[in-house]
Design a protein around this ligand. Structure first.
Ligand code: ATP
Ligand code: MG
Length: 705
């Protein structure tokens, strides 16, 4: 009640208040980590609704995760009450999806329940297309040599098959990147295939052909991938006056958080949405631009706010201690064009620790032990994070926390649906809404094992595409046609029964009820218990799915929420407070009391591949642009990582690490020297050389004044 009486601007300092209360026009708040950008944006929304009488449904806000959007809605709701429910808040992807569902046929979908294909499955579809269309050149076998024994021949064929598979996999990986990049630049398949639009080499011709084939395959299945959600919505907004009137015409105020990480298509989408808006408010920090690999580019913030926008700055960091800000400031000072002054908070705390370990195992145990101590001393586990540069190093930390019995959740920086069990359950549910979804059918046909060979599965798929019937009917038809082993026949019948039940209940049952049917009535539960790996973990995933299903109104909404749900959010569905073990990328915008930053090692962080890829290519060129931000972006990642901490920072490195099944020569990262961080302890025995040196990999400091 008290909060209902106070002004939403009362919680801000004068700088923040000036920005939050700014009225019409473009506004860009460019300010450092933890200076209260998100808080200011949230207060502005509450202020608009409560004190300026703005209709909440005319306010659109974009955030980095849907969870962040929910938090803003809750905070605004505390001030405005029910009105907050009408706010249009979400990630660019979920805002795009919302527009596409409302104008599904204009967007070329068969109906509004189109499926959002998770990234990993999009790659599978791409692979299928490449194989079907033989987009990769066949590897020629040597001319048949009569002297070749059968054995030699087989060996050669197998090797050629292996080569071909490897070549296909590499092609698929590159094509997926090219397509994602084109989408992030706002280029549709027909645009890319149009030869008058730019230079291309032969490799790109092949990718362009793959892009066209891939979009056709998605359309035929009533599917969209991630990149489509924003791109297709943008095309509608720009080309269809009816859609633009309905969607953009009703936007009075647009607010964009983490604007520094918007890519070209998102910037255009934001501009199109705000076409007739009274104000645009973009907040961001160029020192936290860490999404270059997804097409983010310098200048996005200003572009969203529009020409002539008013610049606001927030100068005081409200999160970290000055001891933490010192290395965070240092490390980005080495960057080209680094301009802004140093961040200060005026708060003091312990100096950052830098610890060296003998191995990645020792490092993981050291961290688990230290986290356990912090918890014993009263720190809430959810206020502790372990943040790493790359997901591939996560394993040892997971194992160490398990052993130390410290509650934790691992966030790989990917999506909820990258988990096998989640994909399986979702495949059943997808079949309930789209009874002709062949990708979903192939995934679950043999879970549990029903003795259905590939030929049988393809026969069912073929039957569906030829007859237009559902998978339930096709299973029965193929079983009746005979020529099958009794076991396969029975398997098909059981599968058909499970599918029939799902179709029958799809309309009248809430999503959690359908998850229940998918898990218990199709034999999937037994499959879970029988298959390899950690049974408890698989059961936990299914329990999390059930939990999130309870919040959803209808199946389409639930499937979309899941497809767009970050790992971080999905892990949040676990019970109890947990230490977050996560990638730095996934921790964007978050804060913790204590942050562990392991793997500050040469070869891991800075990530040599990212450094390399950032250097290649012509900046600003959609055909041949760089795909990473280079070493500068690695420094920004270090800056983001350090500035997540409110109180304690614990940096560490191992002098040897096993990764990808091999010994990696490790050793202190050059970032340590750049951040001016010195070794404070080596718990594994002897004290190592205290001062790390800048490696030859790091280009000369250009931005340093
Ligand atoms: P990031 O760049 O990491 O996204 P940010 O600029 O969005 O950070 P916030 O997350 O909004 O910063 O704020 C950082 C912390 O400081 C939060 O805990 C927030 O509640 C607190 N904070 C911000 N402004 C104030 C204020 N005026 N008074 C008290 N606390 C504040
Ligand atoms: Mg923020």
């Amino acid at each position: 009640l008290i909060s209902l009486l106070r002004s939403p601007l009362d919680d801000l300092d004068p700088e923040q208040r000036a920005a939050a209360a700014a009225v019409s026009g473009g506004h860009v708040v460019i300010a450092g980590a933890g200076t209260g950008k998100t808080r200011t944006l949230t207060a502005r929304i509450a202020h608009l609704v409560r004190e300026r009488g703005v209709d909440p449904s005319s306010i659109v806000g974009t955030t980095f995760t849907n969870k962040a959007a929910r938090e803003i809605r809750e905070r605004v709701g505390a001030v405005t009450g029910d009105a907050a429910a009408a706010l249009r808040l979400g990630t660019f992807h979920s805002l795009g999806a919302r527009i596409l569902r409302r104008h599904a046929s204009a967007a070329g979908f068969q109906d509004r329940s189109f499926v959002v294909l998770p990234q990993s499955e999009a790659a599978e579809l791409l692979q299928r297309i490449v194989e079907e269309q033989r987009l990769v050149r066949a590897v020629p076998l040597p001319d048949c040599d009569p002297a070749l024994s059968d054995e030699d021949w087989e060996r050669l064929s197998a090797a050629a098959d292996g080569d071909r598979r490897r070549e296909t996999a590499a092609f698929v990986r590159e094509a997926a990147r090219a397509i994602a990049r084109w989408k992030s630049w706002g280029l549709t398949a027909p645009m890319v295939a149009d030869p008058s639009r730019g230079r291309r080499d032969q490799g790109q011709e092949a990718f362009a052909a793959t892009y066209l084939a891939y979009q056709r395959a998605l359309e035929a299945r009533n599917m969209a991938d991630f990149g489509d959600l924003v791109l297709k919505a943008l095309v509608l907004l720009e080309d269809d006056p009816r859609v633009s009137r309905a969607e953009a015409g009703s936007v009075a105020h647009l607010l964009v958080d983490e604007a520094q990480d918007a890519n070209a298509v998102q910037v255009r989408f934001a501009r199109a949405l705000a076409a007739s808006a009274e104000s645009v408010f973009a907040v961001g920090d160029e020192n936290q631009n860490i999404m270059a690999f997804q097409g983010a580019y310098p200048g996005a913030m200003q572009a969203i706010a529009g020409p002539g926008a008013t610049l606001h700055v927030l100068t005081r960091n409200r999160r970290c201690t000055d001891e933490i800000l010192r290395p965070a400031n240092e490390v980005v000072r080495w960057n080209r064009g680094s301009r802004r002054g140093a961040l200060v908070s005026g708060r003091s705390g312990p100096a950052p620790q830098v610890v060296a370990y003998d191995s990645e195992v020792a490092e993981a145990h050291g961290i688990a032990k230290a986290a356990k101590q912090l918890i014993a001393d009263g720190t809430d586990p959810s206020k502790i994070a372990v943040l790493v540069r790359s997901a591939w190093v996560l394993k040892p930390y997971e194992e160490a926390f398990l052993r130390a019995k410290v509650p934790f959740a691992v966030v790989g920086g990917r999506n909820a649906l990258d988990r096998e069990e989640a994909k399986d359950v979702v495949a059943f549910l997808r079949l309930a809404t789209s009874p002709r979804d062949d990708l979903a059918f192939r995934r679950i046909a043999n879970k549990p094992a029903r003795g259905l060979g590939q030929a049988v599965v393809e026969a069912v798929v073929g039957h569906v595409s030829a007859s237009g019937r559902t998978f339930h009917e096709a299973c029965l038809a193929v079983a009746e046609a005979g020529h099958l082993e009794p076991r396969a026949c029975e398997g098909l019948e059981i599968l058909a029964e499970g599918l029939r039940l799902l179709y029958a209940r799809a309309a009248g049952t809430k999503p959690d009820g359908l998850v229940e049917i998918a898990v218990t009535r199709t034999g999937y539960e037994e499959h879970l218990d029988r298959s390899e790996g950690d049974r408890k973990e698989r059961r936990a995933t299914v329990a999390m799915l059930r939990r999130s299903a309870r919040d959803a109104e209808d199946l389409t909404e639930f499937l979309e929420t899941l497809a767009l749900m970050s790992d971080l959010e999905f892990e949040g569905l676990r019970e109890g407070a947990r230490v977050k073990i996560s990638t730095i990328h996934a921790a964007k915008g978050l804060e913790f009391d204590e942050v562990f930053l392991p793997c500050w090692e040469s070869g891991v962080f800075p990530n040599p591949r990212a450094v390399d890829e950032g250097v290649r290519g012509r900046p600003g060129d959609p055909w041949n642009g760089p795909i990473g931000g280079g070493v500068d972006e690695e420094r920004r990642l270090a800056h983001v990582a350090l500035t997540r901490a409110r109180h304690g920072v614990h940096v560490s490195y191992a002098t040897a690490r096993i990764g990808f099944g091999a010994f990696l020569g490790a050793g202190p990262s050059a970032l340590l020297a750049e951040a001016d961080l010195e070794l404070t302890a080596a718990p594994n025995g002897d004290l190592r050389p205290a001062k790390a040196t800048r490696s030859s990999r790091m280009p000369a400091a250009r931005g340093r004044r």
